[in-house]
Structure formats: structure tokens, C-alpha cells
Design a protein around this ligand. Structure first.
Ligand code: GAL
Length: 369
């Protein structure tokens, strides 16, 4: 009798255990699966992140890339989730980069963070990503709004509004004691060192720096067409040397779309025996460490912080949200900061501003008027 009860008990235990096992694998059970307690990727030990950078040997994108790595490492340490970063150098060639992105897709990355070489490729890349169900965070080079509508919620842009940086550059010149007019002829005679002309940052900094002068009631006088120095320091040096030789003391202001080119310009200005802030002004964008040092040395009039710190942190945070299956905003904007003093370039946490694609379109239409 005792034996019989024991076997019934054993059978019961077995049935209950089997039932529990079969329920744990599907969602028919009324009991929800246990929630994860981390702030990182939910229910994952490792997350595979594919990161494509347009070119490794770019000052600003190097700062950005290093901060991104650092921040993901911090997230790993805090949450126990391992973020495996696969960071590829596009070498400024879209075909190379498209291949790298295709590899990310074949490897089944959980999310991609993309700094495209050629932003017009965004459309095709979003299609590929959507088919593979791999969400995308675009950084640094803003896609067209039409492309941002292809897969809303799962594609996003994290960046800074380049018009703001151009405006700050113009305002910094308008704020100088002689408002950029050393020779008192009532005009601001300038040259423009332009970044990659396909890049919206280059186009808008070129336009909005000059617009800010006009808005301040001043008269800009371009001594030449913008020089295509492609973000490159050596080219910035060469074009500035040529302009100084050609225009001499007529040249009053050098606008540089980034600090890299401005660092080249400093060398030519010094070689020509000219003195920044005494007989010529020079402004850049990015606030790379060399430029912040140049400000302290008095060889640069001003720069604008292109906040790689908050941009990279936001890109990573948004990527984690996407990995967790959430829908994200269309845009996350980090403000530029005007830098005329070393302390202005200090990196501190800032909240991104979000925007829908419709809001961005309305804003762009307004701006184009
Ligand atoms: C800009 C930056 C440049 C260059 C460029 C690359 O935002 O100011 O220095 O890095 O991005 O797309």
C-alpha cells in the first residue's frame, strides 16, 4: 500500500515537472517571463553592434569613435551585458562601406551605427537593413528626410544641426572689436575653407556663417569661391598659403568648416608673418584638443564644440533601446556650443532634443524661405 502511494506521488511529480518544462519555452503560459533587471539590453548576455565610420583618419570622427568605444565599455561594466563592437573603416569609399554593411547584415548584428561615406546611399541601406530586421542609428551625416520615412521607429539620426555651427562662426566674427573689418573699408573680406562639399555640414556651415554676418548688418566680401579642402589639414594649409600670397592684407577672415583645416591655416598664417586677432581672424568648428590649445595660444579666434561626447552617448543609448525592440524617435539633436575660451569646450552631459520627421521637414521648409 505504502509503495503504491509512493509511485502515484512520483508520477504526479513527473507530470508537474514536464508541464512546467514545456511551458517555459512558449508564450502560452499565463505567467509572463521574468523581467531583466539591468538598464542595458534586456535578456541578452551579448549584443553585436556593427559600426561603420566613413573614414578613420578624420580628427573629429576619431574623437567620436573613441568616445563611443569608451561609453559602450562603461555600459558593459554597469549592466553586465557585453557589447561586441565591430568597427569598420569605410576609407571614404562607399563601395567598400556598403560591403562592410552587407557583412554586418550577413553576420546578423543586433543593431548598426552608421556614419555613411555618401549619404545618398542611405535609401538603399535602409532597405537592406529593413529586410534583415536590423535597426539603424545614423550618425554625423544626416540622411534626407524622405529616407528617414522608410522605416520609422527603427531608423534614426543622432547628430547636430550644422546651421547652428555656421551661425556661431559668423556671430563670433561679428562680435570681434572691429567686426571682422581690419582695414576699415566697411567690408569683411574672407575666404572659406570648405569640407567635403557633399556633406551637409560643409554646405550649411559655409552658408550660415555668412548669413550670420548679413543678419548682423555687416557686408561680407568673398575673395574667392570656397576652397575644397575636404576637412583636410594639409589642404587647409595649402589653400590658405595661396590665398595669403594672392590677397595679402586684403584677407581679413578665414572661415574654416572644421578645426582640422583651421590647424593647417594657422601654419600658413604664421609663415606669412600675419597674426591672428591682430591682423586676421580665423574660426573653425569641432573644438578638437589642438584647436582648444590654439585658442589659449591666441592663434585661433574661435571654434564651435561639435559635441562628440553627447552625440556618441546618445547614439549608444538609442542603439540599446532599438536592441530592446523599442521604437525610437526620428531625430536626436545635440546642440553645438560656441567656444572662445578653453573652458567653453568642457564636455558635460546634455539631454538630446528629439524631433519627428514631419517637424524636421517643416523646419527645413521654413529655413529655405
Ligand atoms: C563634421 C566635422 C568634420 C568632419 C565631418 C565628417 O561634423 O565637423 O570635422 O569630421 O563631420 O563627416
Amino acid at each position: 500500500m505504502k509503495r503504491k502511494y509512493l509511485s502515484i506521488l512520483l508520477v504526479l511529480v513527473l507530470v508537474v515537472t514536464l508541464a512546467a518544462c514545456s511551458n517555459s519555452g512558449d508564450n502560452n503560459d499565463a505567467t509572463p517571463p521574468a523581467e531583466t533587471t539591468t538598464n542595458g539590453a534586456e535578456g541578452k548576455d551579448t549584443v553585436e553592434v556593427g559600426i561603420a565610420i566613413y573614414r578613420f583618419d578624420d580628427n573629429f570622427m576619431t574623437l567620436y569613435r573613441e568616445e563611443l568605444e569608451k561609453y559602450f565599455a562603461e555600459l558593459s561594466a554597469e549592466t553586465g551585458v557585453t557589447y561586441n563592437l565591430d568597427i569598420q573603416d569605410g576609407k571614404q569609399d562607399q563601395a567598400t562601406q556598403t560591403e562592410q554593411i552587407n557583412n554586418f547584415i550577413t553576420q546578423g548584428k543586433d543593431v548598426m551605427i552608421l556614419n555613411l561615406v555618401d549619404i545618398t546611399a542611405a535609401n538603399a541601406i535602409i532597405d537592406l537593413a529593413k529586410n534583415a530586421d536590423i535597426p539603424v542609428v545614423f550618425i554625423n551625416r544626416e540622411p534626407e528626410t524622405i529616407d528617414m520615412k522608410l522605416w520609422p521607429g527603427k531608423t534614426t539620426y543622432v547628430g547636430a544641426d550644422a546651421t547652428q555651427s555656421g551661425t556661431f562662426q559668423g556671430e563670433m566674427i561679428a562680435d570681434t572689436p572691429n567686426q571682422g573689418d581690419f582695414n576699415g573699408d566697411g567690408k569683411i573680406s574672407y575666404i572659406m575653407l570648405q569640407g567635403d562639399p557633399q556633406n551637409v555640414d560643409a554646405q550649411q556651415r559655409t552658408d550660415f556663417s555668412i548669413k550670420a554676418l548679413v543678419d548682423a548688418g555687416l557686408t561680407p566680401d568673398p575673395l574667392s569661391e570656397p576652397y575644397q579642402a575636404n576637412w583636410d589639414s594639409a589642404k587647409g594649409q595649402e589653400f590658405t598659403a595661396n590665398a595669403l600670397a594672392q590677397f595679402g592684407m586684403d584677407l581679413e577672415v578665414v572661415f574654416s568648416n572644421n578645426d582640422g583645416m583651421a590647424m593647417g591655416a594657422i601654419q600658413s598664417i604664421e609663415a606669412a608673418g600675419r597674426k591672428v586677432n591682430e591682423d586676421i581672424y580665423l574660426v573653425g568648428v569641432d573644438a578638437i584638443p589642438e584647436a582648444v590649445q590654439a585658442l589659449a595660444d591666441g592663434t585661433l579666434t574661435g571654434t564651435v564644440l561639435n559635441d562628440h561626447y553627447n552625440q556618441s552617448h546618445t547614439a549608444a543609448d538609442v542603439a540599446v533601446e532599438l536592441v530592446n525592440g523599442k521604437d525610437v524617435e526620428n531625430y536626436y539633436w545635440i546642440d553645438y556650443v560656441r567656444v572662445v575660451d578653453q573652458s567653453d569646450a568642457e564636455l558635460k552631459d546634455a539631454e538630446p532634443r528629439t524631433e519627428t520627421v514631419e517637424e524636421a521637414e517643416a523646419r527645413y521648409a521654413e529655413r529655405a524661405k
